[in-house]
Design a protein around this ligand. Structure first.
Ligand code: EPU
Length: 416
């Protein structure tokens, strides 16, 4: 298992390019199952979760090639299954369920089960498909779904689930009649998926708002090509890095309109932003100011930025209160940050971070994707060396984070 060795007290400067959004790439790749033919997708990031989705599609009889762009051929899909060994490594595998039932009328998808950041059920995905007429049974850890013809209906989500909205929106594109999803999630990744579906011929209105209306069509066809949006969480992670290290960096190709909440909180923490010709210049101050945050569905402050923001707050001037409202167990990084000298206490879903002057390098363990990113940030600001174990979590969702940081001047080694 790879580890990262980080020499701290990093002084970072320079430019890096923001990759395509993992959480847009995954549903858009799954959506190719809806339309037989060759799909050409640009800016798909080369990271582990994308390779897992690639393997899922290949095992169903599709082909996937990376040749600068990502080319997926779904003409010969003839198996409708996502097996446990893949789903257990990536919960987002559940995204194939809606497309398979909609196009082929059957699917067998392993239940994702619990994960490091909480129980994360998929009941809302299942209930929505049932409302659309699918017959669903749970047997031996698998979801078995069949449907002659999905039919349009009205769905209300108790919680605005991101992949749930994506799954049902994809299923509804080929259903008979009109589906309305109320209290839908509004993330930019959902809008990106909707845009790709629309390019394929789907009739969708309201993406990016809490009411989605999808009028079913008989078939979808791959468009000539499509470029996915840049990753707003990677962008936010680099902003947190700049804020924590007092760095001066330029993020090329990011979408500022997708990160309003992040930018406002980071400005409060003392970070300066300048839009330049080739991107967003981010200038950290000598020491960040303590700022409180509460994670919320989009357009609120993203849960996927909570751990990185907390790492930055460990050395802030003052005390920061961080509330996690989306997942019940997303403070796994706290114990590791404390090993490096951070002063954090947790009560329920609230962490109180009392800023200290410095952190000290230590051996630490990555527990999930964003927790790993927070440990990288802590390693960059700490004195001496930090070794991060289990960085396969980091590789799941960041495209070459270590290489990008080395380009900015960080001293990082990957130990195989
Ligand atoms: N929920 C239910 N029932 C469901 C579905 C969700 O109770 O059927 C609950 C969850 O337990 C959670 C809340 O609803 O408390 C929101 O979860 P959501 O379904 O929105 O999360 P997700 O779709 O599984 C996506 C991202 C996550 C991101 C969350 C929240 C993808 C592939 N994953 O997950 O990304 O944290 O939305 O924004 O889009 C990451 O990239 O590190 C990551 C974990």
């Amino acid at each position: 298992m790879d580890k990262l060795l980080i020499s701290g007290r990093a002084s970072l400067k320079g430019e890096i390019k923001i990759s395509g959004a993992k959480n847009a790439a995954l549903p858009i790749m799954a959506s190719t199952l809806l339309a037989p033919g060759v799909h050409t997708l640009k800016r798909i990031p080369r990271l582990r979760d994308v390779f897992t989705m690639t393997e899922l599609i290949r095992r169903m009889g599709g082909s996937v090639h990376f040749d600068g762009v990502c080319i997926i051929d779904t003409t010969k899909i003839n198996k409708f299954e996502a097996s446990y060994d893949l789903v257990k490594t990536m919960r987002a595998s559940i995204l194939v369920l809606g497309p398979l039932v909609a196009r082929f009328g059957k699917a067998k998808v392993s239940l994702p089960g619990g994960c490091a950041i909480g129980a994360r059920p998929v009941n809302l995905h299942i209930r929505g498909l049932e409302k659309m007429g699918a017959k669903i049974s749970l047997e031996e850890g698998y979801i078995f779904a069949t449907a002659r013809n999905l039919k349009g209906t009205k769905i209300y989500f108790d919680i605005p689930t991101v992949t749930g909205t994506e799954n049902l929106m994809m299923a509804a594109t080929l259903a008979k009649g009109t589906t309305v999803i109320e209290n839908a999630a509004k993330e930019p990744e959902i809008v990106d998926l909707a845009n790709y579906l629309i390019e394929m011929g789907a009739k969708i209105k309201g993406a990016g708002t809490s009411i989605l209306t999808i009028e079913g069509v008989p078939e979808l066809k791959p468009p000539s090509e499509y470029e996915i949006i840049p990753d707003r969480i990677e962008t936010g992670t680099f902003i947190a890095i700049a804020g924590a290290c007092g760095a001066d960096i330029v993020l090329q190709g990011c979408r500022i309109d997708h990160i309003d909440a992040i930018i406002l909180k980071m400005k409060d923490a003392g970070i300066t932003f300048k839009e330049t010709e080739n991107g967003l210049r981010v200038i950290g101050s000598r020491r960040p100011q303590a700022v409180d945050v509460k994670t919320m569905p989009y357009p609120g402050f993203p849960t996927d930025m909570q751990a990185q923001f907390m790492a930055m707050m460990t050395i802030a001037n003052g005390t920061s209160i961080i509330k996690e409202t989306i997942f019940e167990n997303r403070f796994m990084h706290v114990a590791e940050l404390k090993r490096m000298g951070a002063n954090i206490t947790i009560e329920g879903n609230t962490a109180t971070v009392r800023g200290v002057k410095k952190l000290k390098g230590a051996p630490v363990m990555a527990t999930d994707l964003r927790a790993s990113a927070s440990l990288v940030i802590a390693g960059l600001i700490a004195e001496e060396e930090t070794i991060i174990d289990r960085i396969y979590h980091l590789d799941r969702g960041y495209e070459e984070l270590d290489k990008k940081l080395i380009k900015l001047g960080a001293k990082i080694k990957r130990i195989k």
